[in-house]
Design a protein around this ligand. Sequence first.
Ligand SMILES: N[C@@H](CCC(=O)N[C@@H](CS)C(=O)NCC(=O)O)C(=O)O
Length: 227
Amino acid sequence: MYDLAGADPAVRFSPYCWRIRMALAHKGLEVETIPWRFRDKEAIAFSGQGLVPVLRDGETVVHDSWAIADYLDKRYADRPALMEGAQGRALASFTRHFSQMVFAPIALKAVLLDIYEAIDAADRDYFRKSREARVGKTLEAFVIGEDEARALMKPALAPMRALLQEQAFVNGDAPAFADYCLFGGFAWVRGVSRKQLLEADDPVYAWRERMLDLFDGLARKARAVGA
Ligand SMILES: N[C@@H](CCC(=O)N[C@@H](CS)C(=O)NCC(=O)O)C(=O)O
């Protein structure tokens, strides 16, 4: 799996790649992750596009985290399902959209400059130009402080919080791809930033702790700027 890396190749911070790291562990599949940088478009050109994650499984190449999850469930149907039936798939699809449309825009405001600082120096011009064009401001003008980010995140996560007061994981008693889609966003923030976007008494914080501990602490043991 080609996996977005920072200046420190051990820092892996793509939310989409984290979805798949967790998904592969859920399936009990070993993976070799190849550190990839924004400018390494040539290295993944064989996938026909320029974004990670890209998974190569024998002769099969799959890109896009959602397509990879579908592929893993079909190809490894005898292993624990990432998305159980049509309902499991619908729940995961909701959380992926929630993560991208609600969580990520707030988190991006908190961490965009931290990402810039965490990435390889040779990636910085590309990153600054492409992201400033996307957000319509300089990185410095776009970012907000930790307190402001927490204040925005708290009401945005209200539905997730209410659910996690009723059950340990978004998927129910045990985690599945619906959880990994959300957790990818938190792993992204943790990878590049010291900012903590949750209060310690938040049920979402407790869920994040449980997610960090899954699969023998896969995410917790990963090198990260944050905790
Ligand atoms: N829809 C894709 C999104 C993948 C994506 O945006 N990946 C980012 C890293 S988080 C990327 O490769 N960016 C490269 C670039 O911006 O040049 C998925 O779910 O996998």
